[in-house]
Design a protein around this ligand. Structure first.
Ligand SMILES: NC(=O)c1ccc[n+]([C@@H]2O[C@H](COP(=O)([O-])OP(=O)(O)OC[C@H]3O[C@@H](n4cnc5c(N)ncnc54)[C@H](O)[C@@H]3O)[C@@H](O)[C@H]2O)c1
Length: 254
């Protein structure tokens, strides 16, 4: 059986992170030519080693800070130099900062917008001409359940603003990309056990109320999320654009 992403050049951001590493491994196992990147060089290098240990290969640019437009352009240039095309852009990287709104310094708000929204803007704009040139490109933007619903124990004013913007921005890009054969969709995970959430999940005072919001009462795992991205990257989703896949144990459905 042919692999679902055979010969597709897939740029995945934040491959040093938990879901990014899972994505690099699963995309490569489906035949993708993965181009990864991360601001954290040692974590990104570990992902390359993990993909190689699986018997696959990937290239990775690290350290790469995608809040910086020039670094984003360099990542895309490196992908084009190696592979000559980009079929899939999977915007996954990011870092959020949490504080209750009345106490949130504006600097922290702007930092979250920069590290969760600007990081998608720069690399997508740099990739756009290549996505137009590709025969049916796919952009996958990781939003969040926090784009849609607040959680009682999550001081997420900045995170909700950033991920809500990712959701809305993606629909605009889907419209602009349509005539060029570019599909743009979002994935909105709920609480997934990763480097960013592990310590909170282990705190019963936090996890209790979060769990109560779940129809399936366990934290998500990276491999609950990444298969949706494989679907959105593949030909199987060829008529899917402007869509959001909520993968959140039911949190946003009630
Ligand atoms: N974990 C969750 O519960 C959850 C829920 C909803 C959405 N998400 C989203 O999923 C995505 C992946 O998050 P994760 O939970 O795997 O976290 P993670 O911290 O394990 O991975 C994020 C990666 O992004 C990298 N990164 C951060 N800023 C960067 C920058 N400026 N340039 C390049 N790389 C940068 C980090 O170094 C890290 O390796 C994020 O967009 C996050 O907001 C996570």
């Amino acid at each position: 059986m042919s692999k679902r992403l055979a010969d597709k050049v897939c740029v995945i951001t934040g491959t040093g992170g938990t879901m990014g590493r899972c994505a690099a491994r699963l995309f490569a196992s489906e035949g993708a030519l993965v181009v990864g990147c991360d601001i954290n060089a040692s974590a990104a290098a570990k992902t390359v080693a993990a993909v190689q240990a699986d018997g696959n290969d990937m290239m990775s640019i690290h350290p790469c800070d995608l809040t910086d437009a020039e670094s984003a352009r360099a990542l895309i240039a490196a992908a084009i130099e190696r592979h000559g095309k980009i079929d899939v852009l999977y915007n996954n990287c990011g870092m959020a900062y949490f504080e209750w709104f009345p106490k949130m310094p504006h600097e922290l708000f702007k930092k979250t917008i920069s590290e969760e929204l600007d990081v998608y803007f720069h690399v997508t704009q740099a990739a756009w001409p290549h996505l137009v040139a590709a025969a049916g490109a796919s952009v996958i933007n990781v939003a969040s359940a926090s784009a849609k619903i607040p959680f009682k124990v999550l001081p997420a004013a900045a995170h909700m603003a950033a991920k809500g913007a990712v959701l809305a921005w993606s629909r605009q890009l889907a419209m602009e990309g349509g005539p060029h054969g570019i599909r743009v969709n979002t994935i909105s995970p709920g609480v997934v056990e990763t480097n960013q959430t592990r310590q909170f999940i282990s705190d019963p005072a936090w996890w209790g109320p979060m769990r109560d919001k779940l129809m399936i009462q366990r934290p998500g795992q990276p491999d609950d999320i990444v298969p949706a991205a494989i679907y959105l990257a593949s030909e199987e989703s060829r008529w899917v654009t402007g869509a959001d896949l909520a993968i959140d144990g039911g949190a946003s459905a009630w």
